[in-house]
Design a protein around this ligand. Structure first.
Ligand code: GLN
Length: 373
């Protein structure tokens, strides 16, 4: 922590939390969201879905295991800012290469420490995720100036952000062992563990930029199409929704995660809406409407697909259903086309810090591709 440099986390409704600079000294703006995970901060910070968001950790102690060279979910930290209560002074882990605060500073991430993250979380939970800013330095400026800067910043509703995080060029992640399938994975903000988990199942993954056309997808001769997670408002993904509809038309096996679930939902004719404060954590219970089975899942989303638990509905591609919903609030957590080879989930089977309840969904994708042969 930068010693005693003052910092403030300022919300658009005028609420201000004062603490100390943590990471880079400066200012940053973004949507303030909270994550309840007790572990996995390195995966959280490097998850492209957090682009333009200031992440508040509800776990009071953060940084205990430092920063390693293995667990990044992408090439950089994507969060717009980071708010913690009690950062570790000395990291301790056999894989740790440097401290979290060093890495935040190295990657120019403005953070704040020493604030009452519990009060902040309750505030966001009651009033909803809102825009905010972290300001740090010897002179912070007046409260009015900071609030005005926050109010002038971009809203998350309507934000098209996946273009900022997608790969510029296609690349291939080879299958581990015998190659059994080829998958085209549309990169809207894909996490490293996703192609890895497919590769472990004999899938050669062609990761494609988000603006790829059907012809570009088909040119890799895919057995299936995968739609990744990603940042921003799913209402801005018209091009990917159209691609998905073309894939559904051809009965190309399809699997979507998180943003991918929202895109499949839109392709099936559903709308999306913003949740009050979203689901971000690693112990979120999801119910499978057909079996009643509960999975404990990792989640990170602020939007959801419209629908009721277990609801069946007609689409342009046949019947579909809301296959999974959240045990906490009933929000849609999964979709399944009943008359075609497509399904998606709002949670993360690739969660690297765990839990791993949902990992078999990758095997389900393999089954769909096997049946389609
Ligand atoms: N992790 C994700 O894919 C997030 C999807 C979308 N940006 C949301 O916030 O709901």
């Amino acid at each position: 922590m930068s010693d005693h440099i003052p910092a403030a986390l300022v919300l658009e409704d005028g609420r201000i939390f004062r603490g100390e600079a943590y990471g880079k000294v400066g200012r940053t703006l973004g949507e303030v969201v909270f994550n309840t995970g007790m572990t996995g901060y390195q995966e959280t910070l490097t998850d492209p879905s957090y682009h333009r968001q200031i992440v508040v950790q509800t776990a009071p102690q953060i940084g205990n295991t430092g920063w390693n060279d293995e667990d990044d979910e992408s090439k950089r930290i994507w969060v717009a800012g980071y708010a913690v209560r009690d950062p570790a002074r000395i990291p301790s882990n056999w894989r740790s290469r440097r401290s979290l605060v060093e890495e935040l500073a190295r990657q120019d991430i403005v953070g704040i420490a020493g604030i009452d993250t519990r009060t902040l979380t309750r505030h966001v939970r009651e009033l909803g995720a809102m825009r905010g800013g972290i300001f740090s330095g010897p002179e912070l400026g007046s409260d009015d100036e900071m609030v005005a800067a926050v109010k002038a910043s971009a809203e998350m509703v309507g934000a098209s952000l996946a273009g900022d995080v997608t790969t510029a060029e296609p690349y291939v992640v080879p299958a581990i062992g015998e190659k059994r399938f080829t998958v085209a994975a549309l990169d809207l903000g894909i996490k490293s563990n996703t192609p890895r988990m497919m590769a472990e199942r004999g899938i050669e993954v062609h990761v494609l930029p988000l603006a790829s056309t059907l012809d570009e997808v088909l040119s890799v001769k895919p057995d299936g199409l995968f739609l990744s997670n990603g940042p921003g408002d799913p209402a801005t993904t018209d091009q990917q929704v159209e691609l998905t509809r073309q894939a559904l038309d051809r009965k190309l096996p399809l699997f979507g995660i998180c943003f991918g679930n929202q895109i499949l939902g839109r392709a099936l004719g559903r709308g999306t809406y913003k949740l009050r404060y979203g689901h971000r954590g690693i112990n979120i219970p999801v119910i499978d409407a057909e079996t009643g089975q509960v999975a404990i899942t990792a989640q990170n989303h602020g939007f959801a697909v419209e629908g009721e638990p277990g609801e069946r509905f007609d689409t342009d591609f046949g019947r579909a259903m809301v296959s999974h919903h959240c045990a906490n609030d009933g929000a849609v957590e999964g979709l399944r086309l009943l008359d075609g080879p497509a399904f998606s989930v709002q949670y993360h089977p690739e969660a690297a810090a765990g839990p791993h309840d949902a990992a078999p969904l990758f095997d389900k994708f393999v089954d769909l591709m096997t049946e389609a042969r």
